[in-house]
Design a protein around this ligand. Structure first.
Ligand code: ADP
Ligand code: MG
Length: 497
């Protein structure tokens, strides 16, 4: 199979007189996964849109297989086999899976579409991928992860040479991420070049052969993944020395009271067995484990999403498993789900409405929500948590950065007065800089009397946040560390490698 080599040279691009890419280079080589990293606004999406022919650069050249090519437009990019899976879905939600897979290259003759061939093509490629998605289902009815798979199927059916994925895993479950990665690797092994945009460093090391970091429209680093450390990547992203992943300096002894979460010998189906832990006001306890280790199930049991099969759970001063999220909320539990886009935020509602959402009974009078009270709820928390929103009463939460969205969702529970807090992957999809702000906010809240359980698959998060860390491996409690023993090394070894 021929392999595409495509190079962008000295590419610049401005929007409204502001240059957002300054003479950027990028090499896309067949048979290789290139991770493109960078904070929000670094220019990643703009750069790959140029690669896909969606945007015309203001300056620079594009070299395809050694020949300088005057321009890339959507059509020429398509002819070269360049396909992009956008950050925001652009697939036609009303089309069926089969139609989507053949989008733009309908089988048939003389303008007459052969529906049977269309369906067969879809069945072939989905069958080849071993996925069970009905070719007749409308794309709009699929889960995000399934949509990604359909997009991959389309790239396969299309013989894509260069596949661009723009932050594909932000809204996927771990199982879906695993499946996506498997497909990315297979495509690579067939000689396809994959340009993979992500926020997550573990994904870079898991998947990428090479990594390129953008910062403020400049290339900050290009390297083989095997030649670079996490720390170097983070520093290239944020542009300053972040130091070793270290425990925060102010980690004084917390003042503790009666535990607000108390778990004994918890068993959840065959996914969690024999887990015990306590979380008291004044401390941050991290439940750390690799994805699939059972940590999420524990969080879900605390919020009444999942019913444990055995054990004891006392939460918010009430004995027994919460029977539902409503029950958990009544007991005072605040919960940040791992996937804020699907479960946490009302994406097209305003920032203020999102913040007030758990407190409507208090912020309303005779059933009418008082805008003034909602707004003052925002003012109570925005300064403290550092929420940045241009106009919180008008701006939809969807338009905030991931970090700001998380702060709003956290403020939702604080406004309600919830305690304890159960935060699942609180900084997933959040910039390195905003991550530090969220960590300090969580630590400060704990010192003011919040009991905080953080469920995370990111050991750096545990190291930077936790007074204590309970480590899970394969559904079982593997170790517990406190104080100086909370180190990256101890945690990763206990979690199984
Ligand atoms: P990233 O994907 O790394 O988060 P983007 O490429 O989306 O970054 O954005 C880079 C910069 O360009 C940002 O400052 C963003 O606001 C700006 N930008 C991106 N697309 C447009 C556009 N269509 N119009 C105006 N500004 C844009
Ligand atoms: Mg982007």
């Amino acid at each position: 199979m021929t392999q595409l080599t495509l190079s962008l040279r000295d590419i610049s691009k401005s929007f409204g007189g502001v240059e957002v890419l300054h003479q950027v280079n990028l090499d896309a080589v067949g048979g290789e996964v290139l991770a493109l990293l960078g904070e929000n606004g670094a220019g990643k999406s703009t750069l790959v849109k140029i690669l896909a022919g969606d945007y015309t650069p203001d300056g620079g050249t594009i070299v395809v297989d050694g020949a300088e090519s005057a321009e890339l437009n959507p059509r020429s990019a398509r002819r070269l086999g360049i396909r992009m899976i956008h950050q925001e879905f652009q697939d036609a939600g009303a089309l069926t899976v089969a139609e989507n897979i053949s989008l733009g290259r309908w089988p048939g003759r003389g303008g007459v579409i052969s529906w049977s061939r269309l369906r067969r093509r879809a069945e072939d490629v989905l069958g080849q991928m071993g996925v069970d998605i009905d070719p007749g289902a409308t794309v709009g009815s699929l889960r995000v992860g399934e949509r990604q798979i359909v997009e991959i199927a389309r790239a396969l059916a299309d013989d894509a040479q260069l596949l661009i994925l723009d932050e594909p895993t932000a809204a996927l479950s771990q199982q879906e991420v695993d499946r996506l990665f498997e497909w990315v690797r297979r495509l690579r092994d067939r000689g396809v070049c994959i340009v993979y945009i992500t926020h997550r460093l573990d994904e870079v090391f898991e998947l990428a052969d090479r990594v390129q970091v953008l910062r403020n429209g400049d290339v900050a680093l290009v390297s083989a993944t095997s030649d670079v450390t996490r720390r170097e990547l983070v520093e290239a992203m944020v542009g300053r020395d972040i130091g070793e992943v270290s425990r925060p300096a102010d980690l004084g002894a917390p003042t503790l009271g009666e535990p607000l979460i108390s778990i004994r010998d918890l068993e959840v189906d065959d996914q969690v067995a024999g887990l015990s832990l306590d979380v008291s006001p004044g401390e941050v306890v991290c439940l750390y484990g690799k994805l699939g280790s059972g940590t999420t199930q524990v969080a879900e049991a605390c919020f009444g999403i999942r019913r444990p099969t055995r054990g004891q759970l006392r939460i918010g001063g009430v004995e027994g498993f919460p029977s539902s999220p409503v029950d958990a909320i009544r007991r005072g539990v605040g919960y940040l789900p791992p996937d804020r886009k699907r479960e946490g935020a009302f994406m097209n509602r305003t920032v203020v409405e999102n913040l007030a959402a758990a407190s409507w009974s208090r912020l309303s009078s005779l059933g009418v929500i008082l805008a003034r009270r909602e707004r003052s709820a925002y003012d109570r928390w925005s300064g403290k948590l550092g929420i940045k929103s241009a106009d919180p009463t008008v701006q939809a939460i969807a338009n905030l950065s991931g970090g700001n969205q998380q702060k709003v969702l956290l403020a939702r529970w604080l406004e309600r007065g919830s305690n304890p807090l159960v935060l699942v992957e609180p900084t997933r999809g959040v910039d390195v800089g905003a991550r530090q702000e969220i960590y300090s906010a969580i630590r400060a809240l704990s010192r003011e009397g919040q009991a905080v359980l953080v469920v995370t698959s990111d050991y750096e998060e545990a190291v930077q946040l936790a007074d204590r860390v309970v480590v899970m491996q394969r559904g079982r409690q593997a170790a517990e560390f406190a104080g100086d023993d909370v180190t990256a090394q101890n945690l990763t070894i206990a979690a199984g490698g």
